[in-house]
Design a protein around this ligand. Structure first.
Ligand SMILES: *[C@@H]1O[C@H](CO)[C@@H](O)[C@H](O)[C@H]1NC(C)=O
Ligand SMILES: *[C@@H]1O[C@H](CO)[C@@H](O)[C@H](O)[C@H]1NC(C)=O
Ligand SMILES: *[C@@H]1O[C@H](CO)[C@@H](O)[C@H](O)[C@H]1NC(C)=O
Ligand SMILES: *[C@@H]1O[C@H](CO)[C@@H](O)[C@H](O)[C@H]1NC(C)=O
Length: 379
């Protein structure tokens, strides 16, 4: 009952148009503020694989991950839910907006006992990598300190989920599958564990290969519509900006993001897109769509002021303890003394690593608008 009420309020709030200032992007803005049209896809289920960008409560239900995750308690969840749910944000994530825009309830985390999975399930785990922790440790000498629930583990869960829930006659051709974002943590852990940019670049083909293998498994389960998101321009994130802070102004681009880190994301996204293109040749009847997180984020940066963000805070975490980007790796959001900004809606970054609900809302709108024509949802 309480949940139904919340969802009604949420849908109302989604429909309420915000005031817009004049701007070049006004036409696109107006277009994005209309209902996004995902309804016409008539998805009856959504399945999500991934990491903290999509986790709606799995990590906090794993003993090790939960004990090490700050997302398990307030101020995470402060804007929406008014309590921590395990989402690494002040409120909802991209997947939540995709579910709502599809007319479906929010996805339950797979690791929640006895949850309702009638409209799909969320297998994403904060901290997860695409590569298994064993391979990451053995081949790349990178430790995953959070979780062993890598992409293949999540796919094993998905496999047993379908074995127990799907009758052989039930088809998954009205389901939407999101394979990722996943694979970004390989680079996050690598950077924090002292890997060079060159070493990280050398990992890209293996990460991409692992994701594509995951997409093949999803197709084998019966998926017909699959979104494979790429990575954000990570050089714009406070955690990265803080770690690589430099007086060399040529290191930054026009948005004050670090060029070489963004170039790593571009390199990775490019290889992922190429691999998706190759996969399409093998499966001409499967709808495979690249989720362009990178350009969605750039659009957000370009239009930050028009979208209600404080243009002086687009590189600053809302929740933090000070510093040039309001980020300190030793005193992150959730640590004693860390403060939440007056209005999280004015910030893109929530905690220096993850984004605010407001940022995710606009990213979801942009992504849906970009992907809808490619999803083959005929009326
Ligand atoms: C991952 O699995 C290994 C082997 O089972 C175990 O020793 C380790 O503690 C696990 N790590 C995490 C983060 O759960
Ligand atoms: C899904 O598959 C069933 C059985 O093969 C078919 O009848 C139906 O038209 C398909 N639906 C879509 C949306 O492709
Ligand atoms: C940048 O320059 C200032 C003044 O010379 C210096 O104090 C500071 O340590 C420098 N920062 C970095 C990251 O090199
Ligand atoms: C793709 O769909 C067409 C028409 O529905 C069908 O004839 C063809 O066999 C399918 N191809 C594959 C590879 O499934």
């Amino acid at each position: 009952m309480a949940l139904a009420m919340r969802e009604v309020l949420l849908i109302i709030s989604l429909v309420v148009l915000q005031q817009i200032n004049k701007g070049d992007a006004q036409d696109l803005l107006i277009k994005l503020q209309k209902p996004a049209g995902l309804m016409k896809c008539r998805f009856n289920k959504i399945y999500q694989l991934g990491d903290s960008l999509s986790d709606t409560g799995n990590c906090i239900r794993e003993s090790h991950c939960g004990a090490h995750s700050s997302c398990r308690r307030l101020p995470y969840g402060i804007t929406f839910f008014q309590k921590a749910t395990g989402r690494c944000s002040d409120g909802m994530l991209i997947i939540d907006f995709i579910a709502l825009e599809s007319g479906l309830p929010l996805l339950n985390p797979y690791e929640r006992q006895n949850a309702n999975f009638r409209h799909g399930a969320n297998f994403a785990v904060a901290g997860a990598t695409a590569l298994s922790t064993e391979i990451l440790a053995a081949e790349n000498k990178i430790v995953n300190p959070m979780t062993n629930s890598s992409l293949n583990v999540q796919l094993d869960w998905m496999s047993s989920h379908f074995e127990t829930t799907c009758s052989s006659t039930e088809k998954l051709n009205k389901s939407l599958f999101l394979v990722g974002e996943i694979g970004g943590n390989e680079f996050n852990y690598g950077l924090s564990q002292g890997k060079t940019m060159e070493e990280l670049r050398r990992m890209v083909p293996e990460v991409v290969h692992t994701i594509i293998h995951g997409v093949r498994r999803v197709i084998d389960f019966g998926a017909t519509r699959i979104v494979v998101p790429g990575n954000f321009p990570i050089g714009c994130h406070p955690i990265i900006l803080t770690h690589f802070i430099t007086n060399d102004s040529t290191a930054y681009d026009e948005y004050h993001c670090l060029k070489n880190l963004n170039n790593l994301a571009i390199f990775y996204n490019h290889q992922l897109q190429q691999a998706i293109g190759e996969l399409k040749k093998d499966y001409p009847n499967i709808t495979l769509v690249y989720g362009d997180y990178y350009n969605a984020y750039l659009w957000l940066l370009q239009n930050a002021a028009n979208l209600g963000f404080d243009k002086n805070s687009v590189q600053k975490a809302c929740c933090g303890i000070g510093g040039a980007y309001n980020f300190d790796i030793h005193k992150k959001c959730g640590s004693p003394g860390a403060q939440v900004c007056a209005d999280p809606n004015t910030h893109i970054s929530w905690d220096g690593v993850h984004l605010t609900q407001s940022a995710y809302k606009w990213l979801a709108r942009w992504l849906i608008d970009d992907m809808l024509p490619k999803l083959n949802c005929h009326v």
